[in-house]
Design a protein around this ligand. Structure first.
Ligand SMILES: [Zn+2]
Ligand SMILES: [Zn+2]
Length: 194
């Protein structure tokens, strides 16, 4: 069990059980825009604009309090749902809008820094290195493993019905929180900010 909480502590929860996970640093401009939207770039992003993420099955996620503080945005009408804590602006994680593809990429800011290696191992893959800020670009180890584990999480959640236990979607498969879609000009500004 790994604790989850927003910075102010209003939202608390945990990751339960065991299962496949991936530690990733994502250097895509969308993840960067999300951190900037919340005005949390200095907490979230590394020196080259990367966001550390833990990919797990949504069914392992359980909220103990403050679920009503969850809010979400999308950078476009087809973009990922990016969940955050409305109380203090802590990024929580990213999901697809399709409840049957039941993974979440939890942003490190809601996880327990001290226990990361112990609970999830020290291997961290790098994705979207070509859009990292500055030079040289980070090396991109571990990509194939990330893809394989992602497929495994999604397929086992689908076949085993685990996707129905996600705390983020209701029984009809709709997200529990309606997400605001950011206007294009704001997304452009967030992506290009240095
Ligand atoms: Zn909070
Ligand atoms: Zn990303």
């Amino acid at each position: 069990m790994h604790p989850i909480q927003c910075k102010c502590g209003a939202i608390r929860g945990q990751l339960e059980g065991t299962g496949t996970h991936s530690r990733i640093i994502c250097y895509c401009t969308d993840c960067r825009a999300f951190a900037r939207f919340l005005d949390k770039a200095s907490d979230v992003l590394d020196k080259q604009g990367g966001t550390e993420i833990l990919q797990v099955a949504q069914s392992r996620l359980r909220f103990l309090q403050g679920e009503d503080r969850l809010a979400a945005i999308r950078l476009s009408d087809k973009g990922m749902i990016r969940w955050y804590a409305s109380c203090c602006g802590t990024p929580i994680g990213n999901t697809l809008a399709n409840p049957k593809i039941s993974f979440i990429g939890l942003v490190h800011t809601c996880l327990n820094r001290v226990r990361m290696n112990e609970d999830f191992g020290s291997d961290i893959a790098v994705v979207n290195a070509d859009t990292a800020l500055g030079e040289p670009k980070p090396k991109q180890p571990g990509l194939l493993g990330v893809v394989a584990r992602f497929m495994w999480i999604v397929v086992t959640s689908l076949v085993g019905g685990g996707y129905r236990k996600s705390p983020l979607f209701d029984t009809s498969g709709s997200p529990r929180v309606s997400s605001k879609i950011l206007p294009d000009d704001e997304v452009m500004r967030l992506k290009s900010a240095v």
